[in-house]
Design a protein. Structure first.
Length: 244
């Protein structure tokens, strides 16, 4: 056998042998027609007749670039996000879309702008988890025909104008002042309520008022005063002046 023919035969055999890793699949086309996905492991294709496209099945971390959006309450913001997805159907990822990574990136950007534009700024800042769930659901439904499964979408950062930041800070300060005044008012109300209850008890038992008066005298005597002038109620002396 001529050496040239042997070399051609070796090249033919090498091109027919394909090895696919555990996290990959090989999508096979025979004369332009889809045959299916093969792998993982070792298999053979017909050189010149069959062609293989290799697809990675591992989770892809897609960074969604910053998007300028106007919220529902007309506040301009800049938001970015991260999207985690993977290929479930390798054949669809090749046949149904030209570049599934680019397509997923574009649909993620448009969905991010759409969802953020439908909420107010307070909702965007406070209800981040619900917005993430909405983004994941919409993007997953859009990419499902391509054999893509979107598992997680997270809004990473929300940038608002400096003027709006100052307004939010003033609003938060006013809210803290309001809460402090409410707590103080509730405390005064409870104190007044307790004093009213104490007054009712004292009014029903005059001796209690005298004991409280004497207790006040003891407290005053503990202070560093040289002279204390205290009015003495007649009721306290009545027991000494009355003849038995």
């Amino acid at each position: 056998m001529p050496i040239s023919l042997l070399i051609i035969l070796v090249i033919f055999l090498l091109s027919a042998v394909k090895i696919i890793k555990e996290y990959e699949r090989g999508v096979i086309f025979r004369l332009g027609r889809l045959v299916g996905a093969r792998g993982p492991g070792l298999f053979f294709i017909i050189p010149g007749v069959e062609k293989m496209v290799k697809i990675d099945l591992r989770t892809v971390t897609l960074d969604v670039p910053v998007q300028e959006v106007i919220t529902k309450d007309n506040v301009p913001v800049k938001v970015n996000a991260v999207c985690y997805f993977r290929v479930l159907d390798a054949a669809k990822a090749v046949v149904e879309v030209e570049n599934y990574i680019m397509a997923t990136s574009q649909i993620s950007q448009t969905t991010l702008r759409s969802v953020v534009g439908q909420v107010e700024l307070d909702e965007l800042l406070a209800e981040r988890e619900q917005i993430n769930m909405r983004l994941q659901k919409i993007i997953d439904q859009a990419t499902d025909p391509w054999g893509i499964k979107v598992s997680i979408v997270e809004v990473k950062d929300v940038q608002i104008p400096e003027q709006m930041q100052r307004a939010i800070a003033h609003q938060a300060e006013a809210e803290r002042d309001r809460r402090a005044k409410i707590i103080q008012a509730e405390g005064e109300y409870q104190a007044a309520e307790k004093l009213g209850m104490a007054a009712d008890v004292i009014s029903k038992n005059p001796a209690t008022l005298q004991l409280r008066y004497l207790q006040t005298l003891v407290e005053m005597s503990s202070e560093k005063n040289s002279t204390i002038i205290v009015p003495l109620p007649i009721e306290l002396l009545r027991g000494f002046t009355e003849k038995k």
